[in-house]
Design a protein around this ligand. Structure first.
Ligand code: ADP
Ligand code: MG
Length: 349
């Protein structure tokens, strides 16, 4: 099935004074996809989404909705777009009145309005009994659902989300992440979602765009971003990693601080730079002949991370991280570490 572009950005810039908050972003979002924009605080995510929604205009470049340029079309003149924001609920209204509000504005008669609002509550996984409940009596998670139900009542083609779950506790956040993905699938709407948490992005997204300092530095499916980050920045943004400075020497990568040489990762160009290894890809050498260089150190700390254990190993003035399943046998405190070349990433520096 051919996928249709719903929203396109062409070389979009946004300047505040002479500082670019968003720089040369080009992007095509496909109808019905869950696209997440992730990046650290200050990377330009909100600035970008404000332009997509129509709350701000680009300094340069174009935004196209189904092929038509919409740069200067204000938010309320873009019937296809809606922001989901629980803070924007009307506190003096009931759940039902909140959800039915956009329908009322469109002049839909009360009977049809109520039926449609109830359908939206159901879509947002809220019981229809909530219709008459004051919104002030709803919990944080329920308010998020009410806000989502109201956004769905607009029946927009695209729903925009700017860090809607960041204020919620961990368990509720995890639950709502999965529900949002389900709701997106059930409704077939295009979701454009912003978060600073790549972990959150991984759960929900069909594709992820990673932002850094106003630029879109990588776009890909979650698995692609995880397995093939295209820069040190993206690989470090994924979570804690081991970073070994290396110099290219005779077909190998030499790490001077640890006095060991490693194989060049398959497919990588031999270069000076950093070799990056995820903690779960570090292994303790258990007698078997290692296929790569070996790092010797002392375990000085261990942490329980749910079903896994993280060991901190001091080696040659640096701290290395190793993660194992909790039920695996306890390693020797005098640790010998290695990793497979295919589990390492090399970035020039
Ligand atoms: P994020 O949402 O990723 O945290 P923002 O888009 O809010 O990032 O901000 C990106 C950069 O643009 C920041 O350096 C911020 O200070 C700056 N910025 C955002 N809005 C304005 C504004 N209205 N005026 C001046 N600078 C702004
Ligand atoms: Mg922001």
């Amino acid at each position: 099935m051919a996928s249709k572009t719903i929203l396109e950005l062409k070389q979009v810039d946004k300047f505040f004074g002479d500082k670019a908050a968003v720089e040369r972003i080009s992007l095509e979002i496909v109808e019905g996809e869950f696209f997440t924009i992730v990046g650290p605080s200050g990377s330009g995510k909100t600035t970008l989404i404000r332009m997509l929604v129509g709350m701000d205009t680009p300094s340069r470049g174009d935004i196209l909705l189904r092929g038509a340029q919409i740069n200067d079309v204000p938010a309320n003149k873009r019937p296809t777009c809606m922001v989901f924001q629980s803070l924007a609920l009307f506190p003096h209204m009931t759940v039902g009145e909140n959800v039915a509000y956009p329908l009322k504005c469109r002049g839909i008669e009360p009977g049809a309005r109520k039926a449609r609002a109830e359908a939206c509550l159901t879509l947002a996984h809220l019981p229809t009994e909530y219709y008459d409940r004051p919104v002030t009596q709803c919990s944080g998670g329920e308010r998020q659902r009410v806000a989502l139900a109201r956004a769905l009542a607009f029946d927009p083609d695209i729903l925009f989300f700017d860090e809607p779950l960041s204020a919620l506790d961990y368990k509720l956040k995890k639950l709502l992440e999965k529900e949002l993905k389900d709701i997106q699938r059930e409704t077939g709407k295009t979701f454009i979602y912003i978060t600073h948490s790549l972990e959150e992005a991984m759960v929900m997204s069909d594709r992820i765009g990673v932002m850094n300092e106003g630029r879109m530095v990588q776009i890909g499916a979650p698995r692609e971003i995880y397995r093939r980050p295209n820069s040190r920045f993206v690989s470090e943004f994924m979570g804690e990693v081991n970073v070994l400075p290396v110099t290219a020497k005779g077909g190998k990568l030499h790490c001077q601080s640890l006095g060991t040489s490693f194989e060049v990762p398959p497919g990588a160009q031999e270069t000076d730079g950093v070799l990056i290894i995820r903690p779960e890809d570090m292994r303790f050498v258990n007698g078997e002949p290692p296929v790569n260089g070996v790092l010797s150190g002392e375990i000085f700390n261990e942490y329980l991370l749910g079903s896994r254990v993280q060991y901190q190993v001091r080696a040659g003035g640096t701290t290395l991280l190793v993660e194992k399943q909790r039920d695996s046998t306890a390693p020797d405190p005098a640790a010998q570490l290695t990793f497979s070349p295919e589990n390492s990433m090399l970035f020039a520096e």
